[in-house]
Design a protein around this ligand. Structure first.
Ligand code: ADP
Length: 247
């Protein structure tokens, strides 16, 4: 039986599907963190990935890796990212499909930063169906713009492990140094005020339509992203524990 996107039929279809191949680790589903830049997607994705033993995928990290390695894809993405614009779908889609088709994603994954456009959402659904994953779980992180600005301008990221800090409310013990691995903390170039405005505008224009797309399919769970990080993790865990129990 195929996992279906029709409301109401999702859980039963997924359960039958997964039982057919035996008990598996992970959730057997794609977990999508949807929200504006600075909503806390990266922080929560890291925590969910650990708790549910799922790979953490981030298109932003994939692009930054390509840029660092100087690949053709990285050369195309770099100027767009520096201006706060989205990378075109045709570049994003091949890269994402290759990653999701890796064996570690067979039992589900947590995606932070994808999908960001309607064609990307359609493509993700196609890939999940092909890979016999259950219905996508979309966690919509809701945060107002003033708080986003503060979070983004204060954000610092560890170079080695991607651990996330904020100089205003989650500083490292030693300034500029990661508590976990001692590596340097960097301020992303696109976390400057000028670029943040464009990133938020791109979000409103191209990504906000996904809220309706996933609501219509009965897949969206709103999350209060203004709360403390631990409180947000608890809200998300309740939803994912429920999904796991229903398998
Ligand atoms: P944030 O969510 O905080 O904006 P990311 O690290 O997810 O940061 O993304 C950084 C940049 O990478 C985006 O501004 C955009 O240029 C590009 N990018 C990331 N994901 C996508 C995507 N799915 N589609 C198009 N561009 C993307």
């Amino acid at each position: 039986m195929r996992a279906s996107l029709r409301k109401g039929s999702c859980v039963a279809a997924v359960t039958a599907d997964r039982n057919a191949v035996g008990a598996l680790k992970g959730l057997g589903r794609a977990v999508i963190l949807l929200g504006p830049p600075g909503a806390g997607k990266g922080t929560q994705a890291q925590r969910i990935a650990k708790r549910y033993e799922l790979p953490h995928l981030s298109t932003g990290d994939m692009f930054r890796d390509h840029i660092q390695r100087g690949t053709e894809l990285g050369k195309k993405a770099k100027p767009l990212m520096e201006r706060g614009e989205l990378v075109p779908d045709e570049i994003v889609l091949g890269m994402v499909e290759d990653r999701i088709n890796q064996p570690d994603c067979a039992n589900g994954f947590v995606f932070d930063g994808f999908p960001r456009t309607l064609p990307q959402a359609d493509d993700l659904e196609r890939i999940c169906r092909n890979n016999r994953l259950g219905c996508t779980i979309v966690l919509h992180m809701v945060v107002d713009h003033a708080l986003l600005m503060r979070r983004l301008t204060g954000r610092r990221i560890c170079k080695a492990g991607g651990h996330i800090y904020n100089v205003y409310n989650r500083p490292p013990k030693v300034e500029g140094v990661c508590d976990f691995d001692g590596s340097e903390l960097i301020h992303r170039a696109d976390d400057s005020e000028g670029v943040i405005g464009e990133r938020l505008a791109a979000y409103d224009r191209q990504t906000v339509p996904l809220v309706e797309y996933y609501t219509d399919r009965g897949l969206l769970s709103p999350i209060d992203g203004m709360a403390e990080a631990d409180t947000v993790t608890e809200s998300i865990s309740r939803i994912l524990d429920g999904a796991k129990a229903a398998r």
